[in-house]
Design a protein around this ligand. Sequence first.
Ligand code: TYD
Length: 142
Amino acid sequence: MSFKMSIDDCKIVSLPKFLDARGNLSFVQNTTHIPFSIKRVYWVYDVPGGECRGGHAYIQNEEFIIALSGSMDVVVDDGEQKKTCSLNRSYFGLYIPKGLWREMNNFSTNAVALELASTEYNPSDYVTNYNEFLKLKKDGKI
Ligand code: TYD
């Protein structure tokens, strides 16, 4: 029997914040806040109103998403249940394990989503067809 990740394995993580009259500072580091070693960092920005990003699952890649600026919603789906996680503060991060369908929408003006990833970019790690995702999930392959 395989271990299937569920939406309950997605967690909002509170990051340290150093409030300062000169400007605030937050940080994130391996193992303390994120249960993987960061191999890649990318960011999504200049998202036109109403657009949706993501819309796929990863077979192996785990992610940690921070709304560095503005806000956005991340919808995670394990094939049985969905939940929407709203990110609107730069001192919260969302951990998403592998094997979940995820979409990002409801981006505010000037939103910047920073995404920390556990693997290098690999197009063959993507599942982009939702029905295929459901089948892989049902068969315990993702
Ligand atoms: P994609 O992952 O499809 O974006 P999203 O899931 O947000 O809709 O990536 C969009 C494009 O960027 C695609 O052509 C692949 C490229 N890309 C990289 O080259 N390296 C990366 O690390 C990422 C995340 C994307």
